[in-house]
Design a protein around this ligand. Sequence first.
Ligand code: UT7
Length: 321
Amino acid sequence: MYTKILGTGSYVPQKVVTNADLEALVDTSDEWIQSRTGIKERRMSETENTSELAYQAALKAIDAAQIQPEDIDLLIVATVTGDKPFPGVSQILQRRLGCKPITAFDINAACSGFIYALNVADKMLRSGVYKKALIIGAEILTKITDYTDRNTCVLFGDAAGAMVIGESEKAMIKEVVTYAKGDLEGLLTMEGYPLKKDFKTPDNGRPFLQMQGTDVFKFATTVLPQVVQELLDKAQFNIEDLALIVAHQANKRIIDKASKTLKFPTDKMYMNIENYGNTSAASVPLAIDEAIRSHALKPGDTFITAAFGAGLTWGGALIEL
Ligand code: UT7
């Protein structure tokens, strides 16, 4: 029993936040942001919560897969910015989409979340128990970003990407790997509720994400080429035969460095960071959907997708369309 992609979809909220908008908030410049990250603008959701972005992306993926919501028997949402701590976005979506009562759960693996969802769904489908999985990466990072911190506030944006995967006689989703290294946790983190030392109600001071950017950059430029090479070795596939590498869109310089390390053409490293910034778990499925819809990826093409992020986590997949 193998798996394949049946359809993809994505959605971004309407409001565009430009680098000039951020110049008005913190001591930064369009020149710094573009040259250090490749980002020109990002989206911000003012009225739609994470489940709404996920819902819109899911409708497009379901349509592209030419299935009905009732055909889905597994629903996984990767997010660190769900509408609420519980219920999960996946359970909200099960009702919104009109799916049958099915297995539906959220995954927290930050920017690698979609690859984790893909890995879990692929293995659950391969077991033969589940037939069609809807997997989604959806984030509203603007909710947890500190707009007084120039080190992080220029980087993040909001989006959702979705994919339907189903059974296949041929292995089209050929390899998926995921990893975590928790000892590097402090490099990219966000505080949660404090422990209850007395019976007072929780302090409502809202926590924000925090990042040691340079250390995360070093980690990313190490694991990205590493995981690509691992996937190629496992699948016994030549890098020259890849149509694209669709990496997590965290920084143009990370992608350029991986291209150099791998000696893989920069123009085959898919890039849309200039329009959306870093959208965490949504980044990879949004980029894959755009690549498919713009025919940068065509049926028969083989590509690698890979991501890295808080946890620290990383992973990747080698897929034939
Ligand atoms: O998705 C999860 C994974 N996340 C990542 O992969 C992100 C990885 N990290 C990065 O992409 C980069 O480290 C950043 C884009 C976050 C930062 O770039 P950098 O080249 O590592 O800059 P830096 O943090 O070393 O800062 C260089 C200088 C500093 O000034 P001084 O100390 O040299 O005077 C910063 O204060 O740039 C300053 N700086 C800024 N200046 C203008 C930092 N942020 C800004 C800013 N505008 N927004």
